[in-house]
Structure formats: C-alpha cells, structure tokens
Design a protein. Sequence first.
Length: 326
Amino acid sequence: MSGSSVVLLVVLAAVAGGVGAWVFTVGDNDSAGAPSPSEAAGSQRDVAARSPASETTPPPAQASVIAARDDRIRDLEAQLREAQGKIEELVAQQASRDAETRATLEMVMARIAALRKQGVGALIDQAAVAALVADLRSLGEAGFQAVVGLLGSDDADERMVATQLLKGLGDPRAVQLLWDALSDPDATVQTLASHALCFMDGAGVLEACRAGLDSKNDSVRVNSMFGLVRQGDQKGVDLTLAILRDESSPFRGPMIQGVLLLGSESAVPLVDEMQVLFRSNADVMKAAVDFYRRVGTEMARSRLQNIAGDPELPQAIRDLALAALN
C-alpha cells in the first residue's frame, strides 16, 4: 500500500442487535485520522446508548417483574368490576326492600284509619291488633319505629292503638314508652298503657306497675295492681285482696275475672279468697279449678285435692277437680 494512496476502511460492529460504522483513512506513515482505542470504546458506548433496541427491551429480570405487575393490575381491575357489580346489586335490593316497607306501612296506616271510623273498640280489638302486629313485626326496626311515631302523635286514637301494638310487639324498649304513657293527657291512653304493661315481662315492668299505683286514674291503679300480682309482688296481692273483699268496689268484678285468667302461683292466695267468697257460685268455682290446673304447682294441686274431697261442694265441681289432678 503506497503512502500516497488513501484507503477507506469501514469497520462494522454489532452493537445491541444494530449495526454501527466508523469511517476513517489510513496512510503508510500517517495515523492521524485513526481513533485511539479509548476513543473507539467511547464511540461504541455512545452508539449503544442511542440504539432503539436498548430503549424498548428491558433486561429479562425486569421484564418478569413488569409482567407480574401487569397481571396483578388486571386481577385488581377484575375484582373491582366484580365488587362494583355486587354493590349495584345490593343497592337495588335495598331499594326494593325500602319500597316494600313503605307499601306495608301505608297499608297498616290505612287499616288503622279504617278502624278509627269504627270506634275505640275496633282500635283495640285483639284480632285486629294481632294482624297489625304481624305486619309490623315483619318490617323489623322500621315497624317498631312506626309504632313509636304513632305513640308520639297528636291524635289520641293513634296513641291508643300504639299502646296495644307495643304490647303485641313485645320489644323490651316498649316498657319505658308505656311507662311514659301513664302520664298521657288522655285518660283512655293512660288506661290502655297500664293494661299493656300489666301483661308484659322483663326489666322495668315491676317498677312501672308500682309507679302506676300513684296515678289519679282509678283504672291505671287497678291495672297496675294486676300487673304486680303477675310479677309476684306482695303489695299488689294485698291491694287486690282488699278489692275482692270490698263488695262496693266497682273494680271487684273485673279484678275477679282478671285474676282467674292468670296462671302464676303468686295469684293462688287471691283465688283461695274467691273460693271463700264465692263458694256457692258454680261459675267462679269452675274457673278456680281451671286456674289451679293451669298453675300446676304442688300448692295448686293441694287446692284441687281439697276441692275434690269436699263433700259440701256440688259433685260436678268435685269431678272437675279430680279430672284436673289426673
């Protein structure tokens, strides 16, 4: 190769999947145009840095991490869509239940309005109240709160029926509400509240009935006595005995009927007193036998044995007592 000749050399290098090139001349005695080894290495790095392949293809380890991340994102998106679908379904179900609740409440209120037109007797009729209670109970808390709303009404008729509905629902919270109703401005509401209380059980009932003894309403006081007898309170028993022995008391008859409908041992002394007072009254004696049968304790059975063996009583009464023992 002569010194005057210039040879064009093309050096090809494979760089990260691409092809780079340097162009330079070499003479016999002239190497000024050739890059030094360090310059050549730097140029290779520059080309590698500019290579499109290096910008789009991550190292294998990094590619695995990215793929796992993308899979997780897709899983989360699927879970989110599923959760959103369930939420929409629950919202639709709740809307349906709310609509059913409103429809039932409207029906209950319409029936109460119809009963009001028939008078107080229809409002507190046991069968009518039981049907209303069944519908309200099916509504859960919404049904109870509807009755609470009735008890707070300005209309005395609505408050009347509310006392009976609370009794039927049997919610423990009803005790305090009925206790408060003993001070209602309307005397009939007071009486019905005390009547409802005397047939309830649970915390606060005994205290509520004792509070009713201080009422100025005679009916409230008598109902409270009856409630105390059910709870086994001796004061209630003593006060009731006084009424049974008072022939002039207007509450004597109702109290006799009420006590005979009980089924608690605490009322045994009261029925014993009735045997003495109404020994010749066949209806009272039959009711007494039935009372002792329902109570069923040893004390009650001893009374049945006495009746069955009493030769002065009609044979029909004695036979009833004997049958109750067997």
